[in-house]
Write a protein that binds this ligand. Structure first.
Ligand code: GLU
Length: 482
């Protein structure tokens, strides 16, 4: 039996897209479910798209969510720049390896040099478009004689290397989620394997590396399905057995379109910055295409490591539901210990010497209601001093300004004379009831006096968090406004 080896093969083009986090997670979990290894390989052959520092930030963000690897481009204790027996794991450090396999393929007739200029190819495509034909390389260079190729190479003419595909027939490929898919070879293009600067394309480098790194299962996004037959033809050209392929379903937005930056955040780093928790992002991504047996929807990474299984995967598109992510994030926030919450909330709190009761009051209230941490600064403002509000906010229903003022004066007196301030809620409610007063006539202005907001935490919790002196100060300030 061959060893189970999954890989994640990201291109370091900037931040990690949520779709790629889903791919990363599924590969990790499937490897775990089959007791296999997980390998990280960096596909940085498209240098134009590469962003400096992106490899490190990619590794950091994967670590932050808790996805770990058995092999990859990490410094090892032995002083090697990578861990594993199949390195290097960064494609730009493997160019000599690709050269060897290109030469082998050229010698076998599985590939050929193409000298067509960019201008010629553009013109060819325009003509094809005018004739309503699909844009496809017309194979001009496929049958050049050996002598001509040698002469042009000796003449330093620039060339790319293309895969020599069969001209007709069909190719059957098997995807683990979709079964057998048949492609007509005539619909495929002799794709470029090596660019004119000698650097391989994704299509070539990934096949060579998956083979050399003994990858048994490829998990990647469905967007790679159209090039799947070309990958298989490349394996055939080399005489290699392909790994199993699992193309993960598309992730669509609620409207059925592609998930894109225009509709909101799509990068894990954006979510991290807004104060989403790795637990929530992992839980959310796990459900983008995986259907657990029962209706359970809360899963920790540890639970997923035990329960995730290929049988629960489907090929139909997954829908990205932001409300669900918010719900999950809120759930994990509420599950947290007070101490952990306080620690994570620290960066969002104002700096200064604040009364600790006030701070913990603000924290307990926010922990019970926020969806993500970056909501904290707005939500906690009332604790650190009421918003500057307009006097009309103090007016409840059809009360007059004068009535509100009288009510607040009465309330202030009552609070000032409470035998036990901590019983403020029962004391005030009893008093209102006994004297036949309406709650709203007193509690609305009291709450606004304490928070300065139309919607906020209730008046008694606010009063307890503020303490007696601050409560009276804020009520007095409101009275002075009236
Ligand atoms: N480098 C490709 C990407 O970042 C990976 C595709 C694959 O997993 O084979 O999209």
């Amino acid at each position: 039996m061959t060893d189970v080896r999954f890989r994640l093969a990201p291109s370091p083009t900037g931040f990690l897209h949520l779709g790629n986090l889903r791919t990363a997670l599924f590969g990790y979990l499937l490897a775990k479910s089959m007791k296999g290894k997980y390998i990280l390989r960096i596909e940085d052959t498209d240098q134009k798209r590469e962003v400096t520092g992106a490899i490190d930030s990619l590794i950091d963000i994967l670590k932050w969510v808790g996805i770990t690897f058995d092999e990859g481009p990490f410094g090892s204790a032995q002083g090697r720049p990578y861990i594993g027996d199949y390195g290097p794991y960064i494609q730009s450090q493997r160019l000599d390896i690709y050269k060897k396999y290109t030469d082998e393929l050229l010698a076998k007739g599985g590939a050929y040099r193409c000298f067509c200029s960019a201008e010629r190819l553009t013109k060819m495509r325009e003509e094809q478009a005018a004739r309503h034909k699909p844009p496809r390389y017309d194979r001009t260079c496929r049958n050049l004689s050996r002598e001509e190729v040698e002469a042009r190479v000796a003449n330093n003419e620039s060339f790319v290397i293309r895969q020599s595909l069969p001209l007709s027939g069909e190719i059957k490929v098997v995807d683990e989620l979709r079964g057998e898919i048949i492609f007509q070879v005539a619909d495929l293009e002799d794709q470029v394997l090596i660019k004119s600067d000698g650097v391989p394309t994704y299509q070539f480098a990934s096949v060579v590396d998956d083979y050399l790194m003994r990858i048994s299962h490829v998990t990647r996004g469905e967007e790679w399905l159209p090039s799947f037959p070309k990958n298989i033809l490349l394996y055939q050209a080399f005489g290699w057995t392909p790994p199993k392929f699992i193309h993960l379903p598309l992730i669509l937005n609620k409207g059925g379109g592609k998930l894109s930056k225009r509709q909101g955040d799509v990068f894990v780093e954006d979510y991290k910055k807004r104060g989403y928790l790795p637990e929530a992002l992992i839980n959310f991504c796990a459900l983008l295409g995986w259907h657990p047996k029962n209706d359970k929807e809360i899963f920790s990474l540890k639970e997923l490591e035990k329960e995730f299984n290929i049988d629960g995967l489907g090929a139909s598109p997954a829908i990205f539901d932001q409300d669900k992510l918010d719900y999950l994030n809120g759930y994990y926030i509420r599950q947290m210990t007070k101490e952990k919450f306080a620690e994570l909330a620290k960066p969002y709190l104002p700096t200064g010497n604040f009364n600790t009761v006030l701070v913990s009051g603000a924290l307990s209230s926010t922990q019970s209601r926020i969806k993500y941490f970056s909501e904290i600064p707005t939500l906690i403002k009332p604790w650190f001093g009421p918003e500057d509000y307009g006097v009309e906010l103090l007016i409840w229903k059809d009360l007059t300004k004068e009535q509100v003022k009288v009510n607040l004066l009465e309330l202030k007196d009552k609070i000032d004379n409470l035998p036990d301030f901590t019983k403020i809620e029962t004391e005030i409610l009893n008093w209102l009831k006994k004297s036949g007063k309406k709650n709203g006539d007193y509690l609305w202005p009291m709450r606004v006096a304490l928070t300065g907001l139309k919607d906020s935490e209730g008046p008694f919790k606010m009063a307890l968090d503020c303490g007696k002196a601050e409560t009276l100060t804020r009520i007095t300030a409101a009275i002075n406004k009236l």
